[in-house]
Write a protein that binds this ligand. Structure first.
Ligand code: ATP
Ligand SMILES: Cc1cn([C@H]2C[C@H](O)[C@@H](COP(=O)(O)O)O2)c(=O)[nH]c1=O
Length: 205
């Protein structure tokens, strides 16, 4: 049986992840792969309920961190691990790098506590590949303003998103073999070309 592959997609809100994940799912299915498209927080009934709370209910940074890891535990145990065991490619819109970027760098929450929770919840599981859609915060803000009313994260100021972006940069620098960095400020066609080249170089699929 073909081995499962776990891909995560990261970036500040409005970076263009969702727009490209569906295209990538089609690209992989054309190559005969079983694909699970999912997201965090979310991806299971329980985790989607926690997502609603995290995105809309006021809470402190520790509560926020515990809820995203609780959602992640359920998601990993009931959807991601079984899909990988069955040989699927899992495309996950955000994973633990988002926690280090948003709760850690953005909110200023203790990175050591996040690392402990990561170990407990993931038991060694990490994405095989993480695609970081990187772009200036002002470009992302303009894109967000055009599409929807902001949630608890999207309503943060530009300084918050600068910290989040720096948090992603530190995660990428710490694990360069896992990360692919895309210039997400480019046109959609150019972003897609970067993504396709990155995937081609990590095949066969
Ligand atoms: N390369 C691009 N150039 C211009 N606009 C883009 C580009 N990529 C995406 N967009 C637009 O920007 C908006 C946000 O894109 P999208 O929802 O894919 O981002 P996202 O990273 O998934 O955001 P979020 O994490 O907040 O859900 C959408 O209106 C989308 O059409
Ligand atoms: C996984 C994860 C997510 N977040 C934040 C980041 C985003 O603002 C929202 C999710 O919204 P999206 O439109 O689906 O991108 O949640 C976070 O703060 N911590 C996390 O671990």
């Amino acid at each position: 049986m073909t081995a499962g592959r776990f891909l995560s997609f990261e970036g500040i809100d409005g970076a263009g992840k969702s727009s490209h994940i569906e295209w990538l799912a089609g690209w992989l299915r054309e190559r005969g792969r079983e694909v699970l498209v999912t997201r965090e927080p979310g991806g299971t009934e329980l985790a989607e309920r926690l997502r609603e709370l995290v995105l809309h209910q006021p809470m402190d940074a520790l509560t926020e961190a515990l809820l995203v890891f609780a959602a992640r535990r359920d998601h990993l145990a009931t959807r991601i691990e079984p899909a990988l065991a069955a040989g699927a490619v899992v495309l996950c819109d955000r994973f633990t790098d988002a926690t280090f970027a948003y709760q850690g760098a953005g909110r200023g929450f203790d990175l050591g506590v996040l690392a402990t929770l990561e170990t407990w919840v993931q038991q060694g599981r990490q994405p095989d590949l993480t695609v970081w859609f990187d772009l200036p915060t002002a470009v992302a803000a303009a894109r967000r303003a055009a599409v929807r009313a902001p949630d608890r994260f999207e309503s943060q100021d530009e300084a918050f998103f600068e910290r989040v972006r720096s948090g992603y940069a530190r995660r990428a620098a710490a694990d360069p073999g896992r990360f692919v960095i895309l210039d997400a400020a480019a046109t959609p066609d150019a972003v897609r070309a970067q993504l396709e080249a990155a995937l081609e170089s990590r095949g066969p699929w």
